[in-house]
Each structure stands twice: as C-alpha cells, then as structure tokens.
Ligand binder design. Structure first.
Ligand SMILES: Cc1cc2nc3c(=O)[nH]c(=O)nc-3n(C[C@H](O)[C@H](O)[C@H](O)COP(=O)(O)O)c2cc1C
Length: 214
C-alpha cells in the first residue's frame, strides 16, 4: 500500500513539474511566430504622431496587437523590456512570483509623452492582474491631460478590481479618460489565431477616443 502511495505522489509531483516546462515551451513557440510578425516593429518615433502605443509583452501576442493598433492610428510604437521576465523557466517563475506586484525594472523607464493626446497601453494579464511592467511604466511617467486606452490579451480570466486600480493610478497620474479593451485568447492548446485576435479587437465599436470622457 505504502509503495502505491509513494508512486502516486511521485507521479503527481512529476505532472506538476511538467506544467511550467510545457507552458514555457509553448510560450517560446508563440514568441518565435510573433517575432516574424513583429519583424518590422522597431520602436518608431514619428515626429508628427499625436498617438503613442506602448506595450509590454512577454511572448509577443500583445505586441502584435499593439503593432496593429499603431498601424491603424499611424502612432509611435514603443515596446517595454523587463529583463526579469524573459522567456524560459526562470522568467516564468519570476513572473508567477511577481504577478501581483506593481513595481519592477523596465526599459525604457520613462518616455516623453508630451507630444501625444492619446496613449494606448498594452499588457498581458498575469494572475488576473495587468503584468507588473505596465504598472511600473504608469508609476514612472506623467499622464497629465492624456486620453488612455488600455488593452490586454489574456487566456481565460482577469479581475475587474485590478483594472479599476490601474485606472485609478492613471487618473492619479493626470489621465483625463480611460477605456479598457481586452481579447481573450483561450486556454493553451485551444487558442484563437492571431488573425481572429485582431478581428475581435477591431470589432470594438470605433470611437473617437479623444472625445471620450469616462
Ligand atoms: C505568469 C503568467 C500568469 C498568467 N496569468 C493569467 C491569468 O491570470 N489569466 C489569464 O487569462 N491569462 C494568464 N496568463 C496568460 C497570458 O495573459 C496570455 O497568454 C497573454 O496573451 C500573453 O501575452 P504576451 O504574449 O503579450 O506576453 C498568464 C501568463 C503568465 C506568463
């Protein structure tokens, strides 16, 4: 009997250990596919742009959506980097540990937003909350007089209370409007394609964000 309990526990522990390995394997595959779609998405700064799209994205899905939005609005495009959360097991473990934190090292820490009327901010959801790098970006920057559209990609669930806290932080930093858009990609193994993700986003009613006060 004891023998079977030990075997059972060993199998359970092996299964638990396989989860992060499988997840990080799939993430790397996605990141490779997304990197091709993002090949021409360098940080772009056009002197005339009144809209900026600023995104943190670990495995590239939110970045592909960000690129799409930037093309729609001929916006400047910035991708934030966070070395603690690079692809692989170490970055994934750090991401799980820090998921509810709102402080972390990012690069760039600050962007001069003075030329822009509207800022699109993008992030994945980690443990039901926007990922730490996008909180850190808001914390480090001035949103006085800006219209903000916050967009997320996620697999299955986020908690509205974290979105409300994020909105409050932006209002405290001077933002004058806030809109939230989100695309659910589905659980790993049964996720929607990039094309469908962009289509869902595009089906948000088109509004003149600059006139919208929430
Ligand atoms: C550490 C971690 C935690 C996550 N937690 C959630 C979660 O709570 N809810 C959810 O729906 N998706 C969760 N996800 C999935 C991501 O939000 C989803 O795959 C997202 O589209 C990834 O975006 P990216 O490719 O731009 O990094 C999590 C992913 C990671 C790495």
């Amino acid at each position: 009997m004891l023998k079977w309990i030990i075997v059972g526990i060993a199998l359970l522990l092996t299964a638990i250990a396989m989860v992060p390995i499988a997840v990080t394997y799939i993430e790397k595959q996605q990141a490779r596919d997304n990197a091709e779609k993002l090949a021409h998405a360098k940080n772009v700064n056009q002197s005339e742009a009144k809209t900026a799209v600023i995104v943190f994205s670990r495995s590239g899905n939110t970045a592909v959506l960000a690129q799409h939005i930037a093309q729609q609005w001929q916006a400047d495009f910035y991708r934030l980097e966070a070395s603690d959360y690079e692809l692989g097991l170490k970055g994934w473990t750090n991401a799980m540990q820090d998921a509810r934190s709102i402080r972390t090292e990012i690069s760039p820490r600050q962007i001069d937003l003075s030329a822009y009327n509207t800022i699109y901010l993008g992030s994945p959801i980690w443990l039901y909350s926007p990922a730490p790098p996008i909180w850190a970006f808001v914390e480090n920057n001035n949103f006085q007089g800006k219209h903000v559209v916050f967009f997320n990609t996620f697999n299955s669930k986020f908690e509205q209370t974290y979105i409300d806290q994020f909105k409050q932080l932006l209002l405290d930093k001077g933002a004058i409007s806030f809109e939230h858009r989100h695309v659910k990609r589905g659980r790993m193994g049964q996720q929607i394609s990039t094309e469908v993700m962009l289509e869902i986003y595009d089906n948000y009613p088109s509004k003149n964000v600059n006139n919208k006060i929430e």
